[in-house]
Ligand binder design. Structure first.
Ligand SMILES: N[C@@H](CCC(=O)N[C@@H](CS)C(=O)NCC(=O)O)C(=O)O
Length: 217
């Protein structure tokens, strides 16, 4: 059985939990927030030092959520999360990339770059980064408006839907998490905006029982 080293409230980790659950792949979930020795172990396995990290049953190590889900899709093909056709695949990957741009900007500003907030360039930097995140999410909203179905996946939930739904759910959960978590407070203080179209598109996906249970509970 594989092991997933993860953070329960991270959108990056939630993607992988959902993919594993949709594919009914058994996994040992290792909560790296709950135990610093587990985090140290995962950071030793993966030079990126970011979660999630997936160790497959045969010991192969995957260190990025997109790579993990692509690998799972090849190893456990049902249901398919990345379409085989070039046109559908390009749409799916574009949605995943747009979500990643926005999510990485928010996580970087609110956590990894936060120590630089006293620098004179900080506010111009934040403005540029948030502007890019918002333009990317607006482009994503326009793209979804052009779809004539409730999921990006042509046959139901696929990787793009998982990326989008976890982004929205993670974002919506920030105010509650900010009560107990400094990084969440910091990200919330950036006052980023989530387009209403994305919230509406993600709602039924997040209501799917497997997505709900495996995502953020
Ligand atoms: N591109 C990576 C990003 C993962 C990532 O940034 N994870 C954050 C948690 S939200 C993390 O591990 N942060 C800890 C750190 O950077 O030290 C992925 O998709 O898996």
């Amino acid at each position: 059985m594989g092991q997933l080293f993860h953070f329960p409230s991270s959108a990056f980790s939630a993607r992988v939990r959902i993919a594993l659950a949709l594919k009914s792949v058994p996994v040992e979930l290792v909560d790296c927030r709950a135990d610093s020795s587990r985090l140290a172990h995962a950071q030793q396995i993966a030079a990126t030092a970011t979660m999630p990290v997936y160790v497959a049953g045969d010991g192969q190590v995957l260190v990025d959520s997109l790579s993990i889900v692509r690998w799972l899709d090849l190893s456990f093909p049902t249901p398919r999360l990345f379409p085989a056709g070039p046109s559908e695949l390009s749409t799916t990957l574009r949605v995943c990339d747009y979500v990643d741009v926005a999510l990485n900007i928010l996580v970087d500003l609110g956590t990894r770059a936060w120590a630089l907030r006293g620098a004179p360039e900080w506010s111009a930097y934040v403005e540029e980064r948030l502007g890019r995140a918002e333009r990317t999410l607006d482009a994503l909203a326009r793209e979804l408006q052009g779809l004539d179905r409730p999921t990006v996946g042509p046959d139901g939930i696929n990787a793009a839907d998982i990326w989008l739904a976890t982004l929205v759910r993670w974002f919506e959960g920030l105010p509650a998490r900010a009560e107990v978590s400094a990084p969440a407070r910091q990200i919330l203080s950036l006052n980023a905006r989530m387009p209403a179209e994305l919230v509406a598109f993600a709602a039924p996906i997040n209501a799917h029982p497997i997505v709900k249970r495996a995502g953020f509970g």
